[in-house]
Design a protein around this ligand. Structure first.
Ligand SMILES: Nc1nc2c(ncn2[C@@H]2O[C@H](COP(=O)(O)OP(=O)(O)OP(=O)(O)O)[C@@H](O)[C@H]2O)c(=O)[nH]1
Ligand SMILES: [Mg+2]
Length: 196
């Protein structure tokens, strides 16, 4: 069989370097729904049983955004404060951050400031970050109004989304918009490097 150089039109190396890899992290108070949001996005599944993330969980999905197939790595960081040291190792190389709170839990909303500060301390401050108000399917128990959360996000210059990991409402749209910005930022960085 002919295996001379040039036999294949594109080398494996060219294919690998043409792939776009995006690292997304999920942050927020324990039980806000980070794992469920990621599970819904990656596997279209939901579990009502709470299994706290021990340190970190991980998800992967190939997602088409604007005709590009993105390799999306989702690092799902535990919201338990005792895992701060584990999280501190995982912020590097991040392109996007979803900051999740539970609309039925006021403390999870009031803790967003803490999560922003933790991310900034570990170099995650400059990444594309959005606020995600989760569990909007639980009507009647809402402890944080959309109006208040939108105002907070706007003051921080962050985009705001509402989701339900149970019904799936808002999840695909949120991830597609986040990935569109993150991948555009990667392209800008790469063209900057090429131009130097
Ligand atoms: N009704 C409803 N329940 C949800 C939703 N998202 C998550 N839950 C439930 O909330 C609980 C916590 O969800 P997780 O996704 O494990 O929370 P987490 O943010 O990953 O928590 P940690 O891993 O401890 O940081 C589970 O019992 C889920 O079933 C939602 O959108 N609607
Ligand atoms: Mg979790």
């Amino acid at each position: 069989m002919d295996r001379e150089t040039g036999h294949l039109p594109i080398s494996v190396q060219d294919v690998i370097s043409s792939l776009v890899w995006v690292k997304v992290i999920a942050l927020g108070t324990a039980a806000a729904g980070k794992t469920c949001i990621i599970k819904h996005f990656c596997e279209d599944k939901f579990s009502a049983v709470y299994q706290p993330t021990v340190g970190v969980d991980y998800g992967f999905k190939i997602q088409k955004v604007k005709n590009h197939e993105l390799r999306v790595h989702l690092w799902d960081l535990s919201g338990q404060l005792e895992y701060a040291e584990v999280r501190s190792e995982l912020y590097g190389g991040t392109q996007a951050c979803i900051l999740v709170f539970d609309v039925t839990n006021r403390n999870s909303f009031e803790s967003l400031e803490y999560w922003l500060k933790e991310a900034a301390r570990h170099g995650g401050g400059a990444v594309h970050t959005v606020v995600v108000a989760n569990k909007i399917d639980i009507r009647g128990k809402r402890a944080v109004s959309a109006e208040e959360a939108i105002k907070w996000a706007a003051a921080k210059k962050l985009k705001y989304y509402e989701t339900s990991a149970m019904s799936g409402e808002g999840i695909l749209r949120m991830f597609c918009e986040v990935l569109e910005v993150a991948s555009a930022n990667i392209s800008k960085d790469q063209s900057g490097i090429a131009g130097t």
